[in-house]
Design a binder for this molecule. Structure first.
Ligand code: PRP
Length: 206
């Protein structure tokens, strides 16, 4: 039976394809996909769909795919806790609190926080006992404190380049992030052998 897998586009995609390559899977359709969104591999064993991270969870929870490959940042934000089969140990980055150099994280007063991850941000400040106003930003979150939209941001950083090039400073590290293999529980029953074969193979190359 073909395993249907939703793979997150962009960040970490190449690293995941690299892992699959190590399993001697012919990943050339994935490497040469251009703008195609549904990519069956040659031997009929796997079919990939390419989606944005939050949508990978949607396709998985609606039973469209058997497996999802998605960052733990997305799983944290969407509060998906169960059915993680593997930490693929790629796509590594960190959740951070960052702002301009004049930001004071312990100052009194209600802070405004810009973020793509409102739940993660809310939970972080709740743990600190701070009531904050969250403004949802869709991308280039680093802009928010620079232009005065927010006092600080909760965002992810990988190389630190974006923060550095925009003179932003890290004030706290919240959590480590990496790419995870997540399964649809129904698929785990119906395609158990295929799924565990892939998991075992992946576990050997991680
Ligand atoms: C993420 C994140 C930062 C950047 C950090 O954005 O929100 O902007 O990467 O990476 P770095 O530490 O290696 O510089 P992404 O590129 O995923 O897209 P976005 O800016 O559109 O949100």
């Amino acid at each position: 039976m073909t395993l249907k897998i939703a793979l997150t586009k962009g960040r970490g995609e190449k690293q995941v394809v690299g892992l699959l390559k190590k399993l001697n899977i012919d990943v050339s359709p994935l490497e040469n996909k251009q703008r195609k969104l549904i990519i069956p591999l040659a031997d009929g064993q796997y079919e990939f769909i390419l989606a944005k991270g939050p949508d990978v969870v949607t396709y998985l929870s609606n039973g469209i795919v058997d497996l999802g490959i998605v960052g733990s940042d997305i799983l944290m934000e969407q509060n998906v806790s169960g059915y993680q089969l593997l930490d693929l140990n790629v796509g590594k980055c960190q959740f951070i609190l960052a702002s301009t150099t004049d930001f004071n994280p312990t100052s009194a007063g209600r802070k405004v926080i810009g973020t793509k991850y409102p739940r993660v941000a809310q939970e972080y400040f709740a743990r600190l006992g701070q009531d904050v106003e969250i403004i949802k930003i869709e991308g280039s979150v680093e802009l928010a404190p620079l232009v005065g939209l927010a006092d600080a941001i909760i965002d992810i950083t990988e190389t630190g380049t974006t923060l550095r090039e925009n003179n932003l400073q890290i004030y706290d590290w919240l959590a480590k992030i990496s790419t995870r293999l997540v399964v649809n529980p129904l698929a785990l029953k119906q395609k158990k052998n295929e799924i565990f074969q892939l998991v075992d193979q992946l576990a050997q190359v991680i």
